[in-house]
Design a protein around this ligand. Structure first.
Ligand code: MG
Length: 161
């Protein structure tokens, strides 16, 4: 059970992830969380360095698929930077990870989930044996429940390091 919340890797930010390493390890599909992984919470624009990383990854041959739990495409402009923009993903449930892998004809071995949340992004990926990379949330936000969740996540970070 514990293993399900331990990411395969951790990174301070998405742009710190080594694209060559992913390719060398046979990865083909990137599932990318948006909120606080690509676009800082409360912002509209994704930082240029993040979008440059996505561009670089696609140029190197990786498929970039946004995987958001939102019920709406909050950042329609992102669509032109990626291969697919999925909403209603219901992470950490397995169904939509599987659906997206099927869509692109790849296996769990060939897939990487990148996100800032342990109990959605990482947990869902781990349940299917997908390589999970936990990145630091770009911004802290929210009140009571969020603050507690962030505290728990930060404690776990210390353990992962
Ligand atoms: Mg997120």
């Amino acid at each position: 059970m514990w293993k399900l919340i331990v990411p395969t890797k951790i990174a301070e930010s998405i742009q710190e992830i080594d694209v060559e390493y992913l390719i060398k390890n046979g990865k083909k599909l990137l599932l990318l969380d948006i909120d606080n992984t690509i676009v800082p919470r409360g912002d509209i624009e994704a930082p240029k360095e993040v979008m440059d990383w996505v561009k670089k990854a696609r140029k190197a041959g990786l498929i970039a698929c946004l995987m958001s739990n939102n019920n709406k495409k909050h950042f329609p402009y992102l669509e032109e930077f990626v291969d697919h923009y999925a909403i209603y993903s219901k992470k950490p449930f397995k169904a939509n990870y599987q659906r997206l892998m099927n869509k692109f004809g790849v296996s769990a071995n060939e897939t990487v989930m990148i996100g800032d949340q342990i109990f959605t992004d990482v947990l869902g990926a781990n349940r299917l044996g997908i390589h999970s990379i936990l990145v630091r949330r770009q911004k802290y936000y929210g009140k009571f429940f969020r603050v507690i969740l962030h505290k728990i996540e930060d404690k776990l970070w210390e353990k992962y390091e």
